[in-house]
Structure formats: structure tokens, C-alpha cells
Design a protein around this ligand. Structure first.
Ligand SMILES: [Zn+2]
Ligand SMILES: [Zn+2]
Length: 191
């Protein structure tokens, strides 16, 4: 060996000539080294698990059909709408915010008729399950009430959005990421 150790690797104290470690430091040093190796091993395990999880997610995402992306994106938007409108009652009837039934997110212009605004926040409002599900949105009430709430200009604009839009998977992936982040921020604020 070309170098001579002058400091004890354990206590960093001075060594005698020819010593590589203080004899009394050997056990504690070995123990500390063992613990260090164990921490390193655990860290490597965690990293491998993280890589594997990301890979599983990547494969799952690659196999996910467009319809599933669409419904996941719609779920996120609907949650954002219900939180935005939590202080409000149903968009289509007089059930107030304290009504203890199930709240939905109700589209003014339906997903089938206006794909261009299926995720547009002006087009979706909190509605009770009775109006949304059993009365298909209760449009005769929805329209005048939402005109009063958000104004004619926005509602009229929504009714010009008749172009057919087919959101592709790349768009939906990005949308889910961005709006998912936004939802988590809003949820945190609401907690
Ligand atoms: Zn020592
Ligand atoms: Zn209602």
C-alpha cells in the first residue's frame, strides 16, 4: 500500500505508527459500516420499487382505451365543478346546497351534442341526481337558471360550439395530468 493511514476511520483520532484502526474502535466501526450498508440496500430497494411501479403504470397507460381516458378526465372535471359549486344548489331546480342526496355534475350541452365543450367549465354545473339522471339535466329549467347565473354571453357562446371534437389519447393524457394537479390543489384548499 502506498499510503499510511494516520487517522482512525471510526473516531478520526490519531493512530500509532503501523495501526490501521484503534483496536477499541473495531467493533463500533464494523457495526456502523454494517448499518451504512443496510441503509444503502434499503435505498436501492426503494428505488427499484419506484422504477417498477413507473413501468407498470406506463404499460397500463399504454393499454388503456380512449374511452377510459375520457371517463377519467370527465371524473376530474366533474369533481372540480362540484367543489366550485359546493356553496350552490342544483343548477336545474330549487334543491339547495344543504340537500342531502347525491350531487352530480350536469352538462348544459350534452357530451353527445357538443363534444367541443364536454370539459368546458362554463358548460358543467353542479346538479342534483334527480334532475341530472332522472330528468336528463332538466334542460327547460337549467337553461334560464344558468343564463341568470353566468350570463347570456357565455351561454350563447356555448351554443356556438358545434364542431365535432375527437380528443385523442395524447390530449387526454395531458389534460388528466394538468387538471388532476389542479383538482388536488383545490381539494387541499377545501380541507
Ligand atoms: Zn478510533
Ligand atoms: Zn335538481
Amino acid at each position: 500500500m502506498g499510503f499510511r493511514r494516520t487517522r482512525c476511520p471510526h473516531c478520526k483520532g490519531k493512530l500509532e505508527a503501523g495501526q490501521r484502526i484503534h483496536p477499541e474502535c473495531i467493533d463500533a466501526y464494523a457495526e456502523a459500516e454494517g448499518a451504512k450498508a443496510e441503509r444503502k440496500r434499503l435505498k436501492q430497494e426503494r428505488m427499484a420499487a419506484r422504477v417498477e411501479k413507473a413501468e407498470i403504470r406506463r404499460r397500463k397507460d399504454a393499454a388503456k382505451p380512449r374511452a377510459k381516458w375520457l371517463s377519467e378526465c370527465q371524473d376530474i372535471i366533474n369533481k372540480i365543478v362540484r367543489l366550485r359549486d359546493k356553496h350552490l344548489g342544483c343548477c336545474s331546480c330549487d334543491r339547495g346546497p344543504g340537500w342531502d342526496g347525491q350531487w352530480h355534475a350536469s352538462h348544459l350541452r350534452s357530451v353527445g351534442a357538443a363534444s367541443a365543450v364536454r370539459f368546458h367549465l362554463w358548460n358543467i354545473h353542479k346538479g342534483c341526481s334527480i334532475c341530472n339522471k332522472h330528468l336528463s339535466g332538466n334542460l327547460a329549467e337549467y337553461l334560464p337558471r344558468i343564463r341568470a347565473r353566468i350570463g347570456d354571453e357565455k351561454v350563447d357562446w356555448l351554443y356556438t360550439q358545434n364542431q365535432l371534437v375527437k380528443h385523442d389519447v395524447e390530449y387526454l393524457k395531458k389534460f388528466k395530468r394538468v387538471m388532476g394537479r389542479r383538482l388536488r390543489r383545490i381539494e387541499k384548499r377545501n380541507n
